[in-house]
Design a protein around this ligand. Structure first.
Ligand code: PLP
Length: 437
């Protein structure tokens, strides 16, 4: 595949934009480096680069593009919003409608507030939890990603119940000292952390289904344990559903009755949302129990604001996207295609002597080059990143665009077809053969 124009643009981009990319996850650093692909346009399940090459898209822009690119209903809604003015700095009726639809889908949201990104949403849930409890510490889980605000870019210290250490330059040790990180799916680790820090803990923050070190389900009883133990310690429970909301079904993890028998036992106090709810435009939202949310200004003492928050274009795109997702059969279709894709990948890898663990949850999956299950971050780290990088490049050459990291998921959209799955499996067979050689 000729990508001369992408290479040229990358040279130019690096002169003006730090690292040539506006988010590190877009670079190819984790898959051996070199020029990332510069895309020019996209439609449905495909995008085209600046050299005219076509790719079948499993990135879905890291999650939001669930109705495919340039879905006519989403596009129409954005155009109409833009024609009426993109920003007023006043409330609008559509914001109420989007809030109402989110509340209807996720009953734990008595009140919501729109922001501009998942990062902002999570960051603010932490502030609100601190305001509501009068405590400062946060417990989170290793490998879960919650955006790039200071408190959540903190890695585990050594041992299950030690304070964190900054995971990025520029984060003071004093902030890292407010965060405890324990392994996902490890209730004993959480118990130890709460025994030591419980009375100071404002909230336990978790991706209830993980999307950031592959797709990883909580073990049976894990979320129930998180909620129960947090509350026994007087802490709030925050779910980061930025990836999971509307990804697996019309709702979130906390309403996913197909996977969780007792939804009441896994209801959080606060939820952070983003990605899909903006239909591909910038958005975030957070919400939760009335008395907790009423800590937020102008009602309460916890301040949070935003010039762009709830902007008409993002809200219109979100409403249109949710409208598409409410159509009957949408989720079962994505799930059926993904089931076939996951099984086909597993078989093709096996046929070529490659150890592969595929984690699939409804219309999303992750591939891990290893011969063991992946249920926590340590297991996701203990996989062959070099082999993944070679697989990624083989797939790219065959016109299949995967996220450029061994930790990222493959996302299907409503626009992927059976023929797309056939083409992907054919490319995967050839790619596994090439990397096995
Ligand atoms: N939370 C989760 C679970 C995410 O996956 C992400 C982004 O990938 C974020 C928060 C941050 O969202 P944003 O990139 O919109 O700031």
């Amino acid at each position: 595949m000729n990508r001369a124009e992408s290479a040229k643009l990358y040279e130019e981009a690096q002169r003006h934009i730090v690292g040539g990319v506006n988010s590190p996850s877009r670079s190819f650093k984790a898959v051996g480096g070199g020029a990332p692909v510069f895309m020019k346009r996209a439609k449905g399940a495909y995008f085209w680069d600046v050299d005219g090459n076509r790719y079948l898209d499993y990135l879905a822009a890291f999650g939001p593009i669930i109705t495919g690119h340039a879905h006519p209903r989403v596009t129409e809604a954005i155009v109409e919003a833009a024609q009426n003015g993109t920003l007023y700095g006043t409330p609008t009726e559509n914001e109420i409608e989007l809030a109402r639809q989110l509340k209807e889908a996720v009953p734990s949201l008595d009140k919501v507030r729109f922001v501009n990104s998942g990062t902002e949403a999570v960051m603010t849930t932490i502030r609100v939890a601190r305001a509501a409890t009068g405590r400062t510490k946060i417990i989170k889980f290793a490998g879960c990603y919650h955006g790039h605000s200071d408190l959540v870019l903190v890695a585990a210290g050594s041992g299950p119940s030690t304070l964190g250490i900054p995971d990025s330059a520029g984060i003071p040790g004093s902030i890292a000292g407010e965060v405890i990180t324990v392994p996902f799916n490890d209730l004993n680790g959480l118990k130890l952390a709460l025994e030591r820090w419980g009375p100071e803990t404002a909230a336990v923050l978790v991706e209830p289904i993980v999307g950031n070190f592959g797709m990883v389900m909580p073990k049976p009883g894990f979320l129930e344990g998180v909620c129960r133990m947090a509350r026994e310690a007087g802490a709030l429970v925050i779910y980061d559903e930025v990836i999971t909301a509307f990804r697996f079904h019309y709702g979130t993890t906390q309403t996913y009755s197909a996977a969780f028998p007792d939804l009441a036992a896994i209801e959080p106090d606060l939820t952070a949302l983003g990605k899909i709810i903006g239909g591909g435009l910038p958005i975030g939202a957070y919400g939760g129990r009335r008395e907790v949310m009423e800590q937020v200004a102008p009602l309460g003492p916890a301040y949070q604001a935003g010039t762009m928050a709830g902007n008409p274009a993002s809200v219109a795109a979100g409403l249109a996207c949710l409208g598409v997702l409410r159509e009957p059969g949408v989720y079962p279709r994505m799930e059926a295609l993904t089931t076939r894709l996951a099984a086909g990948l597993q078989t093709a890898a096996g046929r070529n002597g490659i150890s592969l663990t595929v984690n699939r949850i409804a219309g999303a999956l992750s591939t891990h080059f290893c011969d063991h299950p992946v249920t926590d971050y340590a297991e996701a780290q203990d996989t062959d990143g070099e082999l993944f990088a070679r697989f990624f490049r083989e797939m790219l050459e065959r016109g299949i665009y995967l996220a450029p990291s061994k930790y990222e998921a493959w996302f299907l959209t409503t626009e992927h077809t059976d023929a797309d799955i056939d083409a992907t499996l054919e490319a995967a067979e050839a790619s596994f053969r090439a990397i096995a050689a």
